[in-house]
Ligand binder design. Structure first.
Ligand code: NDP
Length: 333
Protein backbone atom coordinates (compact mmCIF):
# COMPACT_ATOMS: atom_id res chain seq x y z
CA UNK A 1 0.00 0.00 0.00
CA UNK A 2 1.01 3.60 -0.53
CA UNK A 3 1.34 6.08 2.31
CA UNK A 4 2.29 9.75 2.63
CA UNK A 5 4.39 10.61 5.68
CA UNK A 6 5.31 13.93 7.24
CA UNK A 7 8.99 14.14 6.24
CA UNK A 8 9.79 17.48 7.86
CA UNK A 9 7.97 20.23 9.71
CA UNK A 10 7.30 23.08 7.27
CA UNK A 11 8.42 26.64 7.85
CA UNK A 12 6.20 28.89 5.78
CA UNK A 13 4.26 27.25 2.96
CA UNK A 14 4.70 23.45 2.84
CA UNK A 15 6.33 22.07 -0.32
CA UNK A 16 7.35 18.71 -1.74
CA UNK A 17 10.04 18.29 0.93
CA UNK A 18 7.31 18.30 3.57
CA UNK A 19 5.92 14.99 2.33
CA UNK A 20 7.38 11.56 1.65
CA UNK A 21 5.70 8.79 -0.34
CA UNK A 22 6.42 5.23 0.80
CA UNK A 23 5.15 1.73 -0.05
CA UNK A 24 4.59 -0.99 2.51
CA UNK A 25 2.63 -4.25 2.85
CA UNK A 26 -1.12 -4.47 3.44
CA UNK A 27 -1.75 -5.90 6.91
CA UNK A 28 -4.30 -8.70 7.26
CA UNK A 29 -7.24 -8.04 9.60
CA UNK A 30 -7.42 -9.97 12.85
CA UNK A 31 -10.53 -10.57 14.96
CA UNK A 32 -12.39 -7.30 15.53
CA UNK A 33 -10.66 -5.63 12.57
CA UNK A 34 -11.51 -4.69 8.99
CA UNK A 35 -9.34 -4.15 5.92
CA UNK A 36 -10.24 -0.90 4.18
CA UNK A 37 -9.55 0.38 0.70
CA UNK A 38 -9.44 4.18 0.58
CA UNK A 39 -11.94 5.84 -1.73
CA UNK A 40 -11.79 9.54 -0.78
CA UNK A 41 -9.24 11.50 1.23
CA UNK A 42 -10.07 14.85 2.78
CA UNK A 43 -7.56 17.70 2.74
CA UNK A 44 -8.28 20.41 5.32
CA UNK A 45 -6.63 23.68 6.37
CA UNK A 46 -6.36 22.57 10.03
CA UNK A 47 -3.84 19.93 8.94
CA UNK A 48 -1.29 22.71 8.47
CA UNK A 49 -1.49 23.35 12.21
CA UNK A 50 -0.78 19.70 12.99
CA UNK A 51 2.39 19.79 10.89
CA UNK A 52 4.17 21.94 13.46
CA UNK A 53 5.07 20.96 16.98
CA UNK A 54 3.02 23.32 19.14
CA UNK A 55 0.31 22.54 21.67
CA UNK A 56 -3.17 22.69 20.16
CA UNK A 57 -6.56 21.06 20.44
CA UNK A 58 -5.21 18.04 18.52
CA UNK A 59 -1.77 16.47 18.83
CA UNK A 60 0.84 17.45 16.23
CA UNK A 61 1.60 14.90 13.49
CA UNK A 62 4.64 12.82 14.27
CA UNK A 63 7.58 12.97 11.89
CA UNK A 64 7.87 9.99 9.51
CA UNK A 65 4.33 8.86 10.35
CA UNK A 66 1.27 8.84 8.08
CA UNK A 67 -0.52 12.17 7.86
CA UNK A 68 -3.86 11.56 9.58
CA UNK A 69 -7.14 13.05 8.43
CA UNK A 70 -10.65 12.25 7.31
CA UNK A 71 -11.04 9.33 4.90
CA UNK A 72 -13.88 7.38 3.33
CA UNK A 73 -13.06 3.75 2.70
CA UNK A 74 -14.69 0.53 1.64
CA UNK A 75 -14.53 -2.64 3.68
CA UNK A 76 -12.84 -5.26 1.52
CA UNK A 77 -12.40 -7.86 4.23
CA UNK A 78 -14.09 -8.04 7.62
CA UNK A 79 -13.23 -9.96 10.76
CA UNK A 80 -15.73 -7.87 12.73
CA UNK A 81 -19.36 -8.67 13.52
CA UNK A 82 -20.25 -5.02 12.94
CA UNK A 83 -19.09 -4.71 9.32
CA UNK A 84 -19.47 -6.68 6.11
CA UNK A 85 -17.60 -6.53 2.85
CA UNK A 86 -18.85 -3.59 0.77
CA UNK A 87 -19.73 -1.39 3.73
CA UNK A 88 -18.57 2.21 3.33
CA UNK A 89 -17.02 3.77 6.40
CA UNK A 90 -15.55 7.05 7.58
CA UNK A 91 -12.43 7.27 9.71
CA UNK A 92 -9.42 9.40 10.48
CA UNK A 93 -6.65 7.10 9.28
CA UNK A 94 -5.30 9.57 6.76
CA UNK A 95 -3.21 9.55 3.65
CA UNK A 96 -2.86 5.86 2.77
CA UNK A 97 -4.44 3.62 0.13
CA UNK A 98 -5.31 0.73 2.48
CA UNK A 99 -5.65 0.45 6.25
CA UNK A 100 -6.40 -2.29 8.73
CA UNK A 101 -8.73 -0.67 11.25
CA UNK A 102 -10.01 -1.77 14.61
CA UNK A 103 -13.82 -1.86 14.44
CA UNK A 104 -13.98 1.03 16.94
CA UNK A 105 -11.85 3.30 14.72
CA UNK A 106 -14.37 3.68 11.90
CA UNK A 107 -18.08 4.32 11.52
CA UNK A 108 -20.42 3.03 8.84
CA UNK A 109 -22.04 5.73 6.68
CA UNK A 110 -25.41 5.74 5.00
CA UNK A 111 -24.78 5.32 1.27
CA UNK A 112 -28.35 6.27 0.33
CA UNK A 113 -28.95 9.83 1.58
CA UNK A 114 -26.35 11.50 -0.64
CA UNK A 115 -23.11 10.67 -2.47
CA UNK A 116 -20.62 9.14 -0.02
CA UNK A 117 -18.14 12.02 -0.46
CA UNK A 118 -20.58 14.40 1.27
CA UNK A 119 -19.75 12.74 4.59
CA UNK A 120 -16.38 14.50 4.45
CA UNK A 121 -18.04 17.81 3.55
CA UNK A 122 -21.54 19.16 3.88
CA UNK A 123 -22.80 16.16 5.89
CA UNK A 124 -19.52 15.81 7.77
CA UNK A 125 -16.95 17.86 9.61
CA UNK A 126 -17.14 21.05 7.56
CA UNK A 127 -20.95 21.09 7.43
CA UNK A 128 -21.17 20.61 11.20
CA UNK A 129 -18.60 23.38 11.72
CA UNK A 130 -20.77 25.75 9.72
CA UNK A 131 -23.94 24.64 11.49
CA UNK A 132 -22.76 24.96 15.08
CA UNK A 133 -20.45 27.95 14.63
CA UNK A 134 -23.24 29.95 13.03
CA UNK A 135 -26.22 28.82 15.06
CA UNK A 136 -24.63 28.43 18.51
CA UNK A 137 -22.30 31.43 18.42
CA UNK A 138 -23.41 33.66 15.52
CA UNK A 139 -27.13 33.24 16.32
CA UNK A 140 -28.42 35.18 13.29
CA UNK A 141 -31.90 36.65 13.55
CA UNK A 142 -34.25 37.36 10.70
CA UNK A 143 -33.32 40.57 8.88
CA UNK A 144 -29.84 40.78 10.37
CA UNK A 145 -26.72 41.11 8.24
CA UNK A 146 -24.27 38.19 8.19
CA UNK A 147 -20.83 38.55 6.60
CA UNK A 148 -18.70 35.47 5.86
CA UNK A 149 -15.04 35.34 4.85
CA UNK A 150 -13.76 32.30 2.98
CA UNK A 151 -17.34 32.28 1.77
CA UNK A 152 -17.03 29.93 -1.21
CA UNK A 153 -15.18 27.20 0.69
CA UNK A 154 -16.47 24.08 2.40
CA UNK A 155 -17.46 25.79 5.64
CA UNK A 156 -18.29 29.27 4.32
CA UNK A 157 -20.66 28.12 1.57
CA UNK A 158 -22.75 26.24 4.14
CA UNK A 159 -22.71 29.09 6.67
CA UNK A 160 -24.17 31.49 4.10
CA UNK A 161 -26.94 29.12 3.08
CA UNK A 162 -27.95 28.42 6.68
CA UNK A 163 -27.96 32.15 7.37
CA UNK A 164 -30.31 32.57 4.38
CA UNK A 165 -32.55 29.80 5.75
CA UNK A 166 -32.70 31.84 8.99
CA UNK A 167 -33.81 34.92 7.04
CA UNK A 168 -30.60 36.97 7.23
CA UNK A 169 -29.07 39.25 4.63
CA UNK A 170 -25.88 37.44 3.57
CA UNK A 171 -22.66 38.88 2.19
CA UNK A 172 -19.77 36.64 1.18
CA UNK A 173 -16.11 37.53 0.71
CA UNK A 174 -14.06 35.29 -1.57
CA UNK A 175 -11.07 35.32 -3.90
CA UNK A 176 -12.22 34.90 -7.53
CA UNK A 177 -14.95 36.11 -9.90
CA UNK A 178 -16.04 32.50 -10.43
CA UNK A 179 -16.59 32.19 -6.68
CA UNK A 180 -18.49 35.49 -6.55
CA UNK A 181 -20.77 34.30 -9.32
CA UNK A 182 -21.29 30.95 -7.56
CA UNK A 183 -22.24 32.69 -4.30
CA UNK A 184 -24.71 35.14 -5.78
CA UNK A 185 -26.21 33.14 -8.64
CA UNK A 186 -26.26 29.60 -7.31
CA UNK A 187 -26.33 29.99 -3.52
CA UNK A 188 -28.38 33.24 -3.63
CA UNK A 189 -26.16 35.26 -1.31
CA UNK A 190 -27.38 38.87 -1.37
CA UNK A 191 -23.95 40.21 -2.28
CA UNK A 192 -20.42 38.88 -2.70
CA UNK A 193 -17.12 40.73 -2.83
CA UNK A 194 -13.88 39.62 -4.50
CA UNK A 195 -11.23 40.67 -1.98
CA UNK A 196 -8.44 40.09 -4.49
CA UNK A 197 -9.69 42.56 -7.10
CA UNK A 198 -11.45 45.25 -5.04
CA UNK A 199 -9.71 48.58 -4.58
CA UNK A 200 -11.28 48.97 -1.13
CA UNK A 201 -12.89 46.14 0.77
CA UNK A 202 -13.97 48.63 3.44
CA UNK A 203 -15.88 50.75 0.91
CA UNK A 204 -17.44 47.69 -0.71
CA UNK A 205 -18.62 46.55 2.72
CA UNK A 206 -20.14 49.97 3.43
CA UNK A 207 -22.18 49.59 0.24
CA UNK A 208 -23.08 45.94 0.78
CA UNK A 209 -23.99 46.37 4.47
CA UNK A 210 -26.01 49.60 4.74
CA UNK A 211 -27.26 48.47 8.17
CA UNK A 212 -23.86 47.33 9.44
CA UNK A 213 -22.79 43.79 10.33
CA UNK A 214 -24.55 41.75 13.03
CA UNK A 215 -22.71 38.47 12.56
CA UNK A 216 -19.21 38.05 11.12
CA UNK A 217 -18.31 34.40 10.55
CA UNK A 218 -14.54 34.50 10.26
CA UNK A 219 -12.71 31.79 8.33
CA UNK A 220 -9.61 33.73 7.34
CA UNK A 221 -8.47 36.41 9.84
CA UNK A 222 -5.92 39.02 8.71
CA UNK A 223 -6.74 42.18 6.77
CA UNK A 224 -10.11 40.90 5.56
CA UNK A 225 -11.26 40.61 9.16
CA UNK A 226 -9.82 44.04 10.02
CA UNK A 227 -12.05 45.50 7.29
CA UNK A 228 -15.18 43.67 8.43
CA UNK A 229 -14.68 44.54 12.11
CA UNK A 230 -14.80 48.23 11.18
CA UNK A 231 -18.47 47.66 10.27
CA UNK A 232 -19.85 45.69 13.19
CA UNK A 233 -23.01 46.75 14.97
CA UNK A 234 -23.75 46.95 18.67
CA UNK A 235 -24.04 43.40 20.08
CA UNK A 236 -22.45 41.81 17.00
CA UNK A 237 -21.43 38.15 17.27
CA UNK A 238 -18.17 37.01 15.71
CA UNK A 239 -17.55 33.24 15.55
CA UNK A 240 -13.82 32.72 14.97
CA UNK A 241 -13.73 29.54 12.94
CA UNK A 242 -10.38 29.80 11.17
CA UNK A 243 -7.50 32.12 10.34
CA UNK A 244 -6.17 30.58 7.14
CA UNK A 245 -4.45 33.83 6.08
CA UNK A 246 -1.95 33.28 8.90
CA UNK A 247 -1.38 29.51 8.75
CA UNK A 248 1.71 29.75 6.52
CA UNK A 249 3.16 32.92 8.05
CA UNK A 250 6.64 32.54 9.47
CA UNK A 251 6.22 35.27 12.09
CA UNK A 252 3.27 36.57 14.07
CA UNK A 253 0.32 38.15 12.33
CA UNK A 254 0.19 41.82 13.22
CA UNK A 255 -2.81 44.10 12.89
CA UNK A 256 -5.14 46.43 14.70
CA UNK A 257 -6.00 45.39 18.26
CA UNK A 258 -9.64 44.42 18.58
CA UNK A 259 -10.41 45.23 22.22
CA UNK A 260 -11.64 48.82 21.70
CA UNK A 261 -13.90 47.79 18.85
CA UNK A 262 -15.41 44.97 20.89
CA UNK A 263 -15.96 47.25 23.91
CA UNK A 264 -17.52 50.07 21.90
CA UNK A 265 -19.86 47.62 20.19
CA UNK A 266 -20.52 45.31 23.16
CA UNK A 267 -19.59 42.59 20.68
CA UNK A 268 -18.91 38.92 21.30
CA UNK A 269 -15.92 37.28 19.61
CA UNK A 270 -15.63 33.58 20.29
CA UNK A 271 -13.25 30.98 18.94
CA UNK A 272 -14.44 27.41 18.67
CA UNK A 273 -13.64 24.01 17.28
CA UNK A 274 -16.33 21.78 15.89
CA UNK A 275 -15.48 19.17 18.54
CA UNK A 276 -16.89 21.54 21.18
CA UNK A 277 -20.32 20.50 19.92
CA UNK A 278 -19.67 16.75 19.66
CA UNK A 279 -22.60 15.83 21.88
CA UNK A 280 -24.93 17.73 19.53
CA UNK A 281 -23.61 16.16 16.29
CA UNK A 282 -26.66 13.89 15.84
CA UNK A 283 -28.98 16.93 15.84
CA UNK A 284 -26.73 18.84 13.42
CA UNK A 285 -26.39 15.89 11.05
CA UNK A 286 -30.16 15.37 10.91
CA UNK A 287 -30.80 19.06 10.14
CA UNK A 288 -28.12 19.21 7.44
CA UNK A 289 -29.37 16.02 5.76
CA UNK A 290 -32.97 17.26 5.89
CA UNK A 291 -32.13 20.63 4.34
CA UNK A 292 -30.06 18.87 1.68
CA UNK A 293 -32.92 16.54 0.80
CA UNK A 294 -35.40 19.42 0.74
CA UNK A 295 -33.15 21.32 -1.67
CA UNK A 296 -32.61 24.13 0.85
CA UNK A 297 -28.88 23.44 0.92
CA UNK A 298 -26.69 23.00 -2.11
CA UNK A 299 -23.10 21.95 -2.29
CA UNK A 300 -20.24 21.81 -4.72
CA UNK A 301 -17.10 19.74 -4.38
CA UNK A 302 -13.70 20.18 -5.97
CA UNK A 303 -12.43 16.66 -6.50
CA UNK A 304 -8.86 15.91 -7.54
CA UNK A 305 -8.08 12.42 -8.74
CA UNK A 306 -5.20 10.18 -7.70
CA UNK A 307 -3.38 9.38 -4.49
CA UNK A 308 -0.17 11.01 -5.73
CA UNK A 309 -1.99 14.35 -6.01
CA UNK A 310 -2.92 14.59 -2.30
CA UNK A 311 -0.08 16.99 -1.31
CA UNK A 312 -0.86 19.28 -4.27
CA UNK A 313 -4.54 19.23 -3.36
CA UNK A 314 -3.67 20.19 0.20
CA UNK A 315 -1.57 23.11 -1.06
CA UNK A 316 -4.44 24.19 -3.34
CA UNK A 317 -6.39 25.17 -0.20
CA UNK A 318 -3.91 27.98 0.39
CA UNK A 319 -4.07 29.10 -3.25
CA UNK A 320 -7.85 29.23 -3.25
CA UNK A 321 -8.10 26.62 -6.02
CA UNK A 322 -11.30 25.11 -4.64
CA UNK A 323 -15.00 25.87 -4.60
CA UNK A 324 -16.73 24.02 -1.79
CA UNK A 325 -15.11 20.98 -0.19
CA UNK A 326 -11.76 19.92 -1.61
CA UNK A 327 -11.32 16.14 -1.78
CA UNK A 328 -9.06 13.63 -3.46
CA UNK A 329 -10.63 10.60 -5.09
CA UNK A 330 -8.25 7.70 -4.65
CA UNK A 331 -10.30 4.77 -5.99
CA UNK A 332 -13.71 3.96 -7.43
CA UNK A 333 -16.19 2.24 -5.18
P1 NDP B 1 -12.03 26.07 2.35
O1 NDP B 1 -12.81 25.11 1.55
O2 NDP B 1 -12.65 27.39 2.68
O3 NDP B 1 -10.64 26.30 1.62
C1 NDP B 1 -9.75 27.28 2.02
C2 NDP B 1 -10.08 28.62 1.32
O4 NDP B 1 -9.46 29.65 2.07
C3 NDP B 1 -9.48 28.76 -0.06
O5 NDP B 1 -10.31 28.23 -1.07
C4 NDP B 1 -9.29 30.26 -0.21
O6 NDP B 1 -10.42 30.86 -0.83
C5 NDP B 1 -9.22 30.75 1.23
N1 NDP B 1 -7.89 31.29 1.52
C6 NDP B 1 -6.70 30.66 1.39
N2 NDP B 1 -5.70 31.49 1.75
C7 NDP B 1 -6.27 32.67 2.09
C8 NDP B 1 -5.76 33.92 2.53
N3 NDP B 1 -4.44 34.12 2.69
N4 NDP B 1 -6.63 34.91 2.80
C9 NDP B 1 -7.96 34.72 2.63
N5 NDP B 1 -8.51 33.56 2.21
C10 NDP B 1 -7.67 32.55 1.96
O7 NDP B 1 -11.58 25.39 3.72
P2 NDP B 1 -12.55 24.94 4.89
O8 NDP B 1 -13.92 25.37 4.59
O9 NDP B 1 -12.29 23.53 5.19
O10 NDP B 1 -12.01 25.81 6.12
C11 NDP B 1 -12.29 27.19 6.20
C12 NDP B 1 -11.71 27.75 7.49
O11 NDP B 1 -12.35 27.15 8.59
C13 NDP B 1 -10.22 27.47 7.67
O12 NDP B 1 -9.61 28.58 8.29
C14 NDP B 1 -10.20 26.28 8.59
O13 NDP B 1 -9.00 26.20 9.34
C15 NDP B 1 -11.40 26.56 9.46
N6 NDP B 1 -12.02 25.38 10.06
C16 NDP B 1 -12.24 25.42 11.40
C17 NDP B 1 -12.87 24.39 12.02
C18 NDP B 1 -13.14 24.49 13.49
O14 NDP B 1 -13.54 23.49 14.09
N7 NDP B 1 -12.94 25.67 14.08
C19 NDP B 1 -13.28 23.17 11.29
C20 NDP B 1 -13.08 23.27 9.86
C21 NDP B 1 -12.45 24.33 9.28
P3 NDP B 1 -10.35 32.31 -1.56
O15 NDP B 1 -10.25 32.02 -3.03
O16 NDP B 1 -11.62 32.93 -1.17
O17 NDP B 1 -9.12 33.01 -1.05
Amino acid sequence: KKQILLAERPIGTPDNNTFQFVETGIGQPENGEVLLRTLYVSVDPYMRGRMIDTPSYVAPYELNKVIEGGVIGEVIESKSDHFTQGDVVIGGYGWQTYYTAKETEVRKIDKDIAPISTHLGILGMTGLTAYFGLLEIGKPKEGETVVISGAAGAVGSVVGQIAKIKGARVIGIAGSDEKIQYLTEELHFDEAINYKTTSSLKKDLTKACPNGVDVYFDNVGGEISDAVLAHINKFARIPICGAISSYNLEGHDLGPRVQSTLIKKSALMQGFTVGDFANQFPEGSVSLAKWLQEGKLQYQETIKEGFENIPDAFLDLFKGNNIGKLLVKVADQ
